[in-house]
Design a binder for this molecule. Structure first.
Ligand code: ADP
Ligand code: ZN
Ligand code: ZN
Length: 713
């Protein structure tokens, strides 16, 4: 329940001894619900006759949370001031949140009996399908996944084999590590592996700071191999977009077994299976997105977070937590090291490394020997532009294509135009439910709000004045694709954004095409900026990042720098040197100049200093009290009242402020900002405050939540 409290129940008189971490079925009001035991106590604030009893223990004496994960979750609900029920359920696979969900039986493996081996030595005869299954087991025990690759109807054939007693099934054993050796490590890589390796068995935070292509993944692989040899488990967390078949294949090839993968795109059944593999210790290596953070792993000895700066590591609704921070907390609780890898550390991590709280390992050389791309800043003032691209950039694109090389054009905006307006009266299409313009998608003839998914037909005439004068303003990737297609009709053009890459596997189909190495144009959003290797790209054009230079969000500049370095990292990864063209109206912007002339580390120091002067995170600690409702007055009344009851102390409360997008999906959103110079002070006052907020009558008219260490406003 979305309530910031625990609920007391009596044990039912069955033979099962309750233990924390077990699931229970309990009455809640008139409903029956699933709960998880988090504490056992011999007293309650409620009188005995008011307490209900547990109805059943759906999993018998099995637990779904280990002591370790339960402790971590307790820390989470205290730290993030969130409802314990939601925090715990977030950590369970979706099927175990339902009464009907069951912990799956231990997985099996299948192998040949002596009779089976003998049969395999004889000519196949008429049982070819059965022989093919036997063949699959020739090298040793296999899993159902492997047998399914032979034929999807393997179960029927397999039962024949069982009848003949040619095969047997038994409890699955952990996958055998059969590593092939990787490349000889460069000195920097070797040093990092040694230094991190030395801390195995102890809590320690490591920043692995290496440009794209510097061989961070290779460092992970060496460390993973070490831990697996000692019988430990490893958890590798990657951003939503980084979990590619490319990456999985690389791990599988190097380590000689299939890592267990989990992410929110899997079916509920698959997620439960992955959870069971992790919990039983059978999964030696788990690769997953944010949701894998809470997997029970009894032998967990190393946590790695790749692309630690990535925004998808912060859960942005419901239970808002930072995967990075909780991963560090988890490592500390377990007494194991955590490795944060990135080419562009977040300022939080950067400062933890700069102040020696984290060890800082720099990989400054590209492992493949490729040169760093060179930058060219194009001043857009008074340039002739076609569809968002300057004449100079067009010329550079043409020249690169002529040489038979590949070009990447980056624009972080999909659709045809970000707004459609009337040239006669100035009307523009705004979303009815949000403070945002509708994006024009020309191919589908729709206006789409990218914030609430509202959509409408594109009007033929201006709905305001009736003039036939509607036109797009600004550019999106759809328009770039059209314009570049016209300018370079001979060149294949591939667009990567959420409109073209909707289906699973679509990204890989497109990137396979790029990897043939033939000359082509890639147009895309930040989908192109992360993790993927396009070694034949020798020119990157960044169409426009100017908005970030003068944004109201104090993190915009940091994110811009990260994005620029990440996009540039796509260029010239192998033998071909790359060039990056940045189009901007502000070529003299100081932070931009620092980034281009001295690199990300200098840039990060620079903007860090500005943050320190302004007393902004990571030099201060923040929390938001967010509130939204249909009626703006309700929101403001609640926040004003909430502000009045803020406990006195060193932390200060500011606001109420409208959210950067005040209206979204028809609801008005405002917040109060709490800031303190020390974290314990912030939390002390927050705890006292939150317990007061529940009692406010005005709180009942709004939705409200606390966002600790907020990332957006
Ligand atoms: P990152 O994860 O930092 O982007 P990768 O580990 O993917 O870097 O390495 C980039 C490329 O360089 C890969 O093709 C990898 O196989 C190769 N590579 C990594 N380390 C070495 C090395 N020591 N010697 C040769 N090639 C290497
Ligand atoms: Zn008009
Ligand atoms: Zn909208």
């Amino acid at each position: 329940m979305p309530l910031r409290q625990l609920f007391d129940y009596l044990p039912s008189d069955t033979s099962i001894v309750p233990k924390s971490g077990m699931r229970v079925e309990v009455p809640f009001g008139r409903r029956k619900m699933v709960g998880v035991i988090v504490e056992i106590d011999d007293k309650s604030d409620l009188p005995l006759e008011k307490l209900s009893s547990v109805i059943a223990f759906p999993d018998g004496e099995q637990t779904v949370l280990t002591d370790e994960t339960l402790e971590l979750l307790k820390w989470c609900w205290r730290y993030y001031k969130h409802a314990p029920g939601e925090v715990v359920f977030n950590a369970l696979p979706p099927l175990l949140r339902k009464i009907s969900g069951e912990i799956p039986p231990p997985p099996l493996q299948y192998s040949l009996t002596t009779a089976g081996e003998k049969r395999l030595g004889e000519p196949p005869g008429r049982i070819k399908a059965q022989i093919r299954l036997l063949e699959e087991m020739r090298e040793g025990p296999v899993t159902d996944l492997q047998l399914r690759t032979v034929t999807s109807s393997w179960r029927k054939t397999f039962s024949r084999l069982m009848e003949q007693q040619w095969v047997r099934s038994e409890a699955r054993q952990p996958a055998q590590l059969k590593p092939i050796s990787g490349p000889v490590l460069l000195d920097e890589q070797q040093l990092a592996v040694e230094a991190i390796g030395k801390t195995l068995g102890d809590f320690h935070c490591h920043l692995l700071d290496g440009v794209t292509g510097s061989g961070k993944t290779e460092v992970y692989l060496c460390l993973i191999e070490r831990v697996l040899r000692q019988g430990g488990q490893v958890l590798l967390l990657v951003p939503e977009i980084g979990l590619t078949p490319q990456l999985l294949n690389r791990f599988k090839k190097r380590l000689g077994f299939e890592p267990v993968v989990t992410h929110s795109g899997l079916s509920e059944g698959q997620r439960l299976k992955a959870w069971a593999m992790a919990q039983s210790g059978l999964a030696r290596l788990v690769i997953g997105t944010r949701s894998a953070l809470f997997l029970p792993m009894p032998e967990l000895q190393l946590i790695i977070l790749d692309e630690e700066h990535d925004a998808s590591f912060k859960q942005q609704d419901g239970f808002r937590y930072s995967t990075r921070d909780v991963a560090v907390k988890r490592a500390s609780g377990l007494g194991v090291p955590v490795v944060l890898g990135t080419a562009t550390p977040s300022l939080e991590t950067f400062n933890n490394a700069a102040s020696n709280r984290y060890s800082w390992h720099r990989l400054r050389q590209r492992a493949t020997g490729a040169a760093e791309p060179s930058w060219r800043v194009l001043d857009l003032i008074q340039q002739t532009m076609t569809g968002g691209i300057s004449a100079t950039a067009m010329e550079a694109i043409g020249k690169t294509l002529e040489k038979g090389e590949q070009v990447l054009v980056f624009l972080n905006r999909r659709g045809y135009a970000p707004v459609i307006l009337c040239h006669e009266c100035g009307w523009h299409a705004a979303c009815q439910r949000c403070d945002a313009n509708m994006t024009w998608h020309k191919a589908t003839c729709r206006l789409l709000c990218h914030h609430c998914d509202s959509s409408a037909r594109v009007p033929v005439m201006c709905p305001e004045c009736g003039a036939d004068a509607l036109q797009g303003a600004g550019e999106g990737t759809e328009q770039l694709e059209q314009m570049l297609g016209k300018a370079f009709p001979e060149t294949p053009l591939l667009r990567f954004d959420r409109d073209t890459v909707r289906k699973k596997g679509e990204f890989d189909r497109l990137s396979e095409q790029v990897k043939t190495g033939k000359s082509c144009l890639l147009v895309g959003t930040q989908m192109l900026a992360k993790g993927h290797h396009f070694p034949q790209v020798t020119l990157v054009v960044i169409v426009n990042l100017d908005q970030a230079l003068y944004s109201a969000d104090f993190r915009a500049l940091e994110r811009m720098g990260q994005l620029m370095v990440q996009v540039a990292g796509r260029a010239g990864r192998d033998q071909l040197p790359g060039e990056v063209i940045l189009q901007t109206h502000y070529p003299q912007h100081e932070s931009l100049l620092t980034l281009l002339s001295s690199g990300y580390e200098a840039f990060a120091s620079d903007i860090s200093r500005d943050r320190q002067i302004a007393c902004l995170p990571p030099f201060s600690y923040q929390a938001l009290l967010r509130s939204d409702a249909h009626d703006k007055d309700d929101v403001r009344a609640f926040l004003n009242r909430a502000k009045q009851c803020f406990p006195t102390g060193e932390a200060t409360v500011y606001g109420p402020f409208p959210a950067m997008m005040e209206r979204r999906s028809g609801r008005t959103r405002w917040y109060l900002l709490v800031q303190a110079n020390r974290r314990p002070i912030l939390h002390h006052q927050l705890d006292e405050w939150v317990s007061q907020l529940h009692k406010l009558p005005s709180a009942r008219k709004v939705r409200w939540s606390v966002d600790v260490d907020p990332q957006d406003y």
